[in-house]
Design a protein around this ligand. Structure first.
Ligand code: LLP
Length: 466
């Protein structure tokens, strides 16, 4: 059924408008450049990334697939290193890590953050210099810590009194000294567009500054013979756009830093301000570039240090999403297109693709917004508002909640979703025994599989029942 209305079908009574921020595009074939990796563009409807038509990439490697624009990843890593030249920049591997990417991180002069034994294994397998690795986690086991110390990990970010005790025993056993940082909770809850400066301390990470635990943790580390305290560490959240949250956190962490110097006579040489810089998933998001971030963060810290009358510690940051997020798009094949009539008569078009919440859980888990485009043809058909869903047995299995696609979207079409580099492959699952997709690096007209697609043999390999 079509309804005529001067502003278009979606504006008709009973029609679906989608969220208020989503505008019907003048041309649904066009890319919105701010959402795509640096080399992405369209040539006669063909999405080209890294000099390769993604249609050619998936003709060989099949869908779904994560297509990683190597030049874009490297450029973003470099931009952070150059903008934050006076800092140490740690790439947060939890956003996405494999051995090849760990090598790019090293080649671009960044350090690496890991937060699990598995991530450490990948980094070491890649030959990443352990001295340039930071190790996070709120519940590191004795064997994990022992291995990290033994491997010569540059710094371990301690997160509990139990861990400080464990590390004290391990360093004594191994006859080693380990550099550590103390993870503190600044009592700042950072949201995407706001922060609440009233303490949000009801969570598992860090030592509370407010309640004195952070100071006591510093004392405990200083008293431990095998531990060398480099400084305080603060991470306030992720996908943050405003620096006001960082400002409040930096002020509180620097105040503790100053207290350590004053009351304990110890000048901590370093401080880590964590990661969390936001990226553009849709036209709603307007992230700052690394140069702007560096200018603002540096101004905040300089101002606070001046006010406290203390020397500035060497700073480090830990961006993950802002480096890998925009570098990847996920390419799917459309399987079914189903118009569904809603109460009131409006019709929502459900476009089902051959992946879903197993390769991108973020929409279901965080209500995240994404966008998408047809990747292998142009269309003159007027745009329709669609919902892109996966193939899993769950109604919440949504990939792109609202997007305008050409109205003739059909089975067999290739669909590409940008901004899927961070926390998609790294949070992927085998739900419904899905096979996790490959990561294919594209660069200068060449495609290279750097993480292969899982096979049914991989699934059966762990199923050891008779
Ligand atoms: N440093 C620490 C200590 C962290 O906990 C994190 C992220 C980062 C750095 C990197 O944050 P980024 O720059 O990537 O925002 N799965 C969620 C995000 C969880 C972030 C966890 N910690 C998502 O998909 O949005």
């Amino acid at each position: 059924m079509s309804t005529t209305h001067e502003a278009g079908w979606a504006h008709a009574p009973g029609g679906l408008r989608g969220p208020s921020w989503l505008r019907e595009p003048a041309d649904p074939n066009a890319l919105v450049p701010s959402l795509w990796s640096g080399t992405a563009h369209k040539v006669d409807g063909d999405l080209v990334v890294g000099g390769m038509a993604v249609a050619d990439v998936v003709a060989e490697h099949n869908t779904p697939a994560y297509v990683l624009d190597e030049a874009d990843f490297r450029a973003r890593a470099r931009a952070f290193r150059e903008a934050f030249a006076a800092y140490d920049v740690f790439y947060a591997g939890k956003a996405f890590l494999c051995t090849e990417v760990a090598r790019w991180v090293a080649q671009e002069g960044l350090n690496l953050d890991v937060c699990s034994a598995g991530e450490l294994t990948v980094a070491l397998r890649a030959g990443f210099d352990p001295a340039r690795i930071g190790y996070h986690g709120n519940n590191k086991t004795h064997p994990e810590l022992r291995r990290a110390v033994d491997a010569g990990v540059g710094r371990i970010v301690v997160d509990s009194f139990d861990e400080i005790e464990r590390l004290t025993r391990i360093t004594a056993d191994l006859g080693r000294t380990q550099t550590v940082m103390v993870r503190v909770t600044a009592g700042v809850e950072a949201h995407t567009h706001e922060y609440i400066s009233t303490a949000n301390e009801d969570q598992k990470f860090g030592f509370s500054i407010n309640h004195g635990d952070a100071f006591r943790a510093v004392q405990a580390v200083l008293a431990a013979p095998g531990l060398e305290l480099a400084g305080l560490h603060s991470h306030i959240g992720s996908q943050i756009f405003v620096t006001s949250g960082f400002e409040v956190a930096a002020r509180r962490v620097l105040a503790l830093h100053a207290r350590v110097s004053e009351e304990l006579g110890v000048e901590l040489p370093e401080m880590d301000l964590g990661g969390g810089y936001g990226i553009a998933y849709t036209t709603q998001d307007d992230p700052s570039d690394p140069a702007q971030l560096a200018t603002e963060m540096t101004k905040i810290v300089e101002h606070e240090c001046r006010a406290l009358g203390i020397a500035q510690p060497r700073l480090s940051i830990e961006p993950g999403r802002a480096i890998v997020g925009p570098a990847v798009c996920t390419v799917y094949t459309v399987g079914t297109v189903k118009p569904v009539t809603l109460d009131g008569g409006a019709v929502r078009t459900y476009v089902s693709v051959d992946g879903g919440m197993s390769d991108n859980i973020r929409t279901a888990l965080y209500d995240a917004d994404y966008s998408c485009t047809l990747a292998a043809r142009t269309s003159e058909a007027p745009p329709v508002l669609v919902r892109v869903v996966g193939k899993h047995c769950e109604a919440g299995d949504i990939v792109v909640r609202d997007e305008f696609l050409p109205g003739d979207v059909a089975p067999g079409d290739l669909l590409a979703v940008p901004g899927t580099g961070a926390y998609c492959r790294s949070m992927a699952s085998n739900y419904n025994h899905a096979l996790r997709p490959p990561v294919i690096a594209v660069r200068d007209g060449e495609a290279r599989v750097i993480v292969r697609r899982e096979t049914e043999d991989d699934l059966l390999a762990t199923d050891v029942g008779a």
